[in-house]
Design a protein around this ligand. Structure first.
Ligand code: GLN
Length: 244
């Protein structure tokens, strides 16, 4: 079995090692004797969404986001169709924001893809620091690092998780990220997936089942080091088993 991973706009969106998410997806397939093809999709490239199993889109600065607007307009309909058809997406920070209607950055309104009914407004105070979430999708807390000026209002959409430590989508709303069909949007850098193998496998399993059928099961991996890193962070922040 083979999984094709599209890495969207690595030239404009690659903050805080977010491309490590692509490596993690690939490596966890390789460990399971599966094939992974990574396709960098640079600004202006023709994108054949039908070929893709997973689309990974990293965080980007306000400038990178503004530069992407015209390219996004060109791929908007195909991207939306891919999402509605169950296509798997991981969108981090600036990319998470652009899944929505707009990112209002001062006087500039950066138009999003309008795939999700969410929007973002920039505030003066940046939200920077470690984050721990509790998500109904995963048995293990999700850990990561946030650094954003935008506050994202997700309205009736489903959040990725409840903030146990850190600030999250709006700084004070208690929730982080968004989940829609097979899409995860999140502010969490880190990169997110290496320390959260369950999140990585959630994406892989959905991609494999969409392509090869619902009975595909992922072979278990030991994840000892990954879970130790995860636990270490949660406990250091006082929200692990030994914490509150
Ligand atoms: N420019 C956006 C913000 O600060 C996104 C930043 C990011 O991707 N880290 O809110």
């Amino acid at each position: 079995m083979k999984v094709t991973i599209g890495h969207l706009y690595p030239d404009l969106f690659n903050l805080y090692g977010d491309s490590g998410n692509v490596q993690c997806l690939k490596q966890r397939l390789v460990w399971r004797d599966m094939e992974a093809e990574v396709c960098p999709l640079c600004a202006g490239d023709e994108i054949d969404f039908g070929k893709l199993d997973i689309l990974v889109w990293g965080g980007g600065s306000d400038k990178g986001q503004a530069l992407a607007v015209d390219y996004l307009r060109q791929i908007r309909q195909d991207f939306k169709d891919y999402v509605e058809d169950g296509g798997v997406v991981l969108a981090i920070c600036g990319a998470f924001q652009l899944l929505g209607k707009y990112y209002q950055a001062g006087e500039d309104r950066i138009e999003g893809l309008d795939i999700l009914d969410i929007h973002t407004e920039r505030c003066d105070e940046r939200l920077v620091g470690n984050v721990v979430l509790e998500s109904p999708l995963f048995g293990t807390p999700v850990v990561g690092f946030e650094n954003h000026a935008g506050r994202t209002v997700i309205g009736d959409c489903t959040p990725l998780g409840k903030v146990l430590y850190g600030r999250g989508n709006t700084g004070d709303g208690g929730y982080e990220g968004v989940v829609y069909k097979n899409v995860i949007g999140s502010y969490l850098h880190g990169p997110l997936l290496p320390k959260n193998p369950e999140v990585c496998d959630w994406l892989l399993e959905r991609a494999l089942r969409r392509r090869y059928g619902e009975d595909v099961e992922l072979k278990e991996l030991s994840d000892e080091a990954e879970l130790r890193a995860n636990r270490n962070m949660a406990e250091r922040l006082g929200v692990g088993k030994k914490g509150r």
